[in-house]
Design a protein around this ligand. Structure first.
Ligand code: SAH
Length: 214
C-alpha cells in the first residue's frame, strides 16, 4: 500500500499515482486530473495528501490511492455512454470522476444517506468540469439508503460501494450481465463480475480498512 503519493498539486498527485503503478488506466488518470480533490475536502491545504480526510458527519473522503485502485478496477466498465452507481458517495469526488468518464451520453448516480453531504457534494461538483453533467441530468446525487441501490436508473455497468459489511442483494440485482461491482467487504476489497448468464464471479483483490455502511 502506498502512502507516498502526496502531490503539490492535483496533477502532481495523479502523476505520482500513475508513476507508482497504482493508477494504470490513462483514461482514469485524465479524469482524475480534471476533478480537483481540493474542491471535495474540508481543508484545501491537505487535499493532495495520500490519506483519507474527514468530511464531517463521521464520514471521510477515501485516500487518493484507494480512489485510484477503484477507478482502475472499474475503468473498462466506465466507457462513454455507460451507467454507473456510486453507493455512499460522500464527498462526491468519485461520482464526479465517473461522470467525466461515462460522459453526457452515460448516466452517473450517487446515493448517500447524509443529506448535508449530498448538498455539499453537489456544491463541490458545481465548481468543476462535471457541473454541466449535473445540469444535463447525466449526473445526479440522491439522499437514500445505498443498500437499496437506485432502481430507477438500473441496470448499471459499474457499481462502486464506498463502505460495506456485506454485499447488498439489491446491488447485485441492479448490475447488468457483463457488469462489475467494486466493494469493500469487511476488510477486503472485492470485485464481483456478473457473467452473461447472470452467474457471479467474485474475488478479493486486496486488504482494506473501510468504515461499514450503516
Ligand atoms: N467514496 C466516498 C465516501 C466514502 S465514506 C468519498 O471518497 O468521498 C462512505 C460513505 O458512505 C459516507 O459518506 C457515509 O455517510 C455513507 N454511507 C454509509 N452507510 C450508508 C448507507 N446505508 N447508504 C448510503 N450511504 C451510506
Amino acid at each position: 500500500m502506498s502512502w507516498t503519493c502526496h502531490g503539490k498539486t492535483n496533477k502532481d498527485m495523479v502523476a505520482k499515482l500513475h508513476e507508482y503503478g497504482i493508477l494504470q488506466s490513462k483514461v482514469a488518470a485524465d479524469a482524475m486530473i480534471q476533478i480537483d480533490r481540493a474542491d471535495y475536502v474540508l481543508d484545501r491545504r491537505s487535499a493532495y495528501i495520500d490519506s483519507p480526510q474527514p468530511i464531517g458527519y463521521n464520514a471521510t473522503i477515501s485516500a487518493p490511492h484507494m480512489h485510484a485502485y477503484c477507478l482502475d478496477y472499474l475503468s473498462d466498465y466506465l466507457k462513454p455512454g455507460n451507467r454507473v452507481l456510486d453507493v455512499g458517495s460522500g464527498s462526491g469526488y468519485l461520482a464526479a470522476v465517473f461522470a467525466i468518464m461515462v460522459g453526457e451520453t452515460g448516466r452517473t448516480v450517487g446515493v448517500e444517506h447524509i443529506s448535508q453531504l449530498v448538498d455539499r457534494s453537489i456544491e463541490s461538483i458545481k465548481k468543476g468540469p462535471a457541473a454541466h453533467l449535473l445540469d444535463k441530468g447525466a449526473l445526479s446525487i440522491h439522499v437514500g439508503d445505498g443498500k437499496k441501490g437506485f432502481p430507477d436508473e438500473a441496470p448499471y455497468d459499474a457499481i462502486h460501494v464506498g463502505a460495506a459489511a456485506s454485499v447488498p442483494e439489491a446491488l447485485v440485482n441492479q448490475l447488468k450481465p457483463g457488469g462489475r461491482i467494486v466493494i469493500p467487504v469487511v476488510d477486503s476489497l472485492m470485485i464481483i463480475d456478473k457473467n452473461a448468464d447472470g452467474t457471479l464471479k467474485q474475488k478479493s483483490v486486496m486488504d482494506v480498512r473501510y468504515v461499514p455502511l450503516v
